[in-house]
Design a protein. Structure first.
Length: 362
């Protein structure tokens, strides 16, 4: 029987359970949406520093809530997935522990493996509807993939990697405790060709054995979407009215090296540059040097070169919370900032003081 194509159809074995959990994930979070109306992210200039300070902290709290909810939903989606019997049932098959091979040494998957793999792929495709996932896979303790979904399409087994043990997330994922979700440092994904964070958690069998882990990658431009849009959601949008950012003010994320991970006032590309993209430059050599974040993400001084702002940015890099009143481009602002729980970044927000006026930009 041939391998399944990228077209995945629901299978009945665990269909009812999968549908129930999907319903909870996709629609349960909708109960939170009414509390995040577009109006709450419209920051009108305040006439006094104290009022601007109060409003700035309110606005920071709303945006921080979005970031926390994204982190929570990514983590809970991972753990809810592993509560399904699919992953344990797959590794309970003897042929999933000791792979069968043909006379050429190629892995041959059994019918039982293929059926369970289709159900796991179907589940992951549902997760893609909840928030943007660049790539997801099931990896065994040797570093071999047993399914892979990239960009919302299930791939055939001939594309499965046997070298995931070299990935930046592998060691931590395999050493994670049962029920623990580990989040990687950002890296350039060789599958989606974007800078990503990896979320991974072990598959734990009834006897406590851990034969592998489930993993998915979230592109860093998801955070750009969160900071730029008034609508509450985690799915990448391509322009349009959803990108109606507040008229006054600015949100940004700084990492511990002072790199701007996301900025509400400009687009930061997280995609692999075309000259080093294997699908766009087929004549590339076999070895391509590792990507460097500083070549994609700008430094804090690209926001403002003002010494007072950069002094606060130094505190942000250190993971501190704080506030300051600054004059930037001839206009007064309140800057407030706070570290993001679960991520090595700090969220900053600038709110203007005074009457109406246009945002001056960096």
């Amino acid at each position: 029987m041939g391998e399944p194509t990228g077209q995945v159809n629901p299978l009945p074995r665990h269909g009812a359970m999968v549908a129930a959990v999907v319903h909870l994930l996709l629609f349960g979070g909708a109960l939170l949406v009414p509390s995040l109306t577009p109006g709450k992210l419209s920051a009108a200039p305040q006439e006094t520093p104290e009022k601007a300070r109060h409003q700035a902290w309110q606005q920071l709290d709303v945006m921080m809530f979005r970031l926390k909810m994204f982190h929570h939903e990514a983590m809970s989606s991972m753990l809810s997935s592993l509560e399904l019997p699919l992953f344990r049932d797959y590794f309970a098959l003897p042929e999933s522990r000791v792979l069968k091979r043909d006379e050429k040494g190629e892995v041959v998957f059994s019918e039982a493996q293929r059926l369970l793999r289709r159900e796991m792929e179907e589940w992951v495709l549902h997760l893609h509807q909840r928030f943007t996932i660049g790539e997801s896979c099931l990896v065994d303790r040797t570093g071999r993939e047993h399914f892979r979904v990239v960009g919302g399409e299930a791939e055939e087994s001939s594309h499965f990697s046997a070298e995931e043990s070299d990935s930046p997330f592998f060691r931590r994922a395999m050493s994670a405790a049962p029920g623990e979700v580990v989040v990687s440092k950002p890296y350039m994904s060789p599958d989606s060709f974007h800078w990503v964070l990896a979320f991974s958690s072990p598959v734990v069998m009834a006897d406590g054995d851990i034969p592998g882990f489930f993993h998915f990658e979230v592109p860093l431009d998801v955070f750009q979407t969160l900071l730029r849009t008034r609508l509450y959601g985690y799915v990448r949008r391509e322009g349009g009215p959803d990108f109606d950012v507040e008229e006054e003010g600015r949100y940004f994320l700084l990492d511990r090296k002072g790199l701007v991970i996301a900025d509400s006032r400009r687009q930061i590309s997280t995609e692999l540059v075309a000259s080093r993209h294997p699908e766009r430059s087929p004549e590339l050599p076999d070895y391509v040097r590792p990507e460097r974040m500083r070549e994609y993400f700008p430094q804090a001084n690209s926001l403002y070169a003002d010494p007072a702002f950069l002094a606060e940015a130094t505190r942000m890099k250190a993971g501190e919370s704080g506030e300051a009143q600054l004059t930037l481009g001839g206009r007064d602002y309140v800057l407030v900032y706070q570290p993001v729980p679960g991520l090595p970044w700090t969220l900053g927000h600038l709110d203007p003081i005074g009457g109406p006026g246009e945002w001056g930009g960096p």
